[in-house]
Unconditional design. Structure first.
Length: 242
């Protein structure tokens, strides 16, 4: 009984030190576990975002494949490597070139509409001129009336203008503009855009018509390169054999 208080007094600092050590160890473990869980959560979030991106990419590819089934031409799907949308040039670079049979003037489409045509071909890549480039001209017609016009690039990177449309022509906002097939370069009936604005001024022979492109111009990650029709290929082979 006389020694017990002394033992308690001696053990108190030891137990306090052990408790402090256990507390610090537990806190260190908690901090470590917290950091590990945060890292795992970050990794899972990144994976989830990647899966979401892959799902979106699969949706785009399915739309491209569904769109390509409407054509009787050969279709090559290409990835967009770079996009340039400046007032001087609006064009993209794709990862398909002469090795894959790409040629100058080949139409470029996405899952929503016409996006442009190939302007330059190298061995492994190509440069495509977007339909919104002021240098690009595309024969089109209004789906509702059959009125023919020429769609050229507008002042804005995502804008088209219809040229040579008379002021008294039957054009309304919301009209669907499609390719006419004239010239034989672009497939006929493929969406180009919808009329956004129609303006007429007294004394002007032609109306000012603004069109919003159907294609995701400047935002597409994949495009379709549509080749010539099978009949055209047969005629070409016959002419070469002659």
């Amino acid at each position: 009984m006389l020694i017990y208080p002394v033992q308690v007094a001696v053990n108190v600092p030891v137990e306090f030190a052990v408790g402090m050590a256990d507390g610090l160890s537990s806190r260190a473990h908690l901090v470590e576990d917290n950091q590990r869980l945060r890292a795992e959560n970050l990794l899972l979030s990144a994976k989830s975002q990647r899966y979401s991106a892959l799902e979106d990419e699969n949706d785009r590819l399915r739309k491209l494949l569904d769109s390509s089934s409407a054509f009787q031409q050969e279709v090559v799907v290409a990835d967009v490597l770079a996009i340039e949308t400046t007032p001087a040039a609006r064009q993209i670079v794709v990862d398909k070139g002469a090795n894959q049979g790409v040629y100058v003037g080949q139409p470029m489409l996405d899952a929503y509409g016409v996006i442009g045509q190939i302007a330059h071909v190298s061995v492994f890549s190509s440069i495509g001129l977007l339909i919104t480039d002021p240098r690009h001209a595309l024969p089109v017609l209004l789906n509702r009336t059959g009125l023919r016009a020429i769609a050229v690039g507008g002042d804005l990177p995502d804008q088209l203008m219809l040229s040579f449309v008379a002021t008294n022509a039957d054009v309304r906002e919301g009209d669907l503009v499609v390719t006419s097939g004239l010239g034989g370069r672009f497939p006929a009936g493929y969406p180009v855009g919808r009329v956004k604005q129609v303006e007429t001024h007294t004394g002007d022979a032609f109306a000012t018509i603004v069109v919003d492109p159907s294609a995701k111009v400047g935002h597409s990650r994949e495009v379709m390169l549509v080749g010539p029709q099978a009949a055209d290929l047969g005629e070409e082979r016959v002419s070469q054999s002659r």
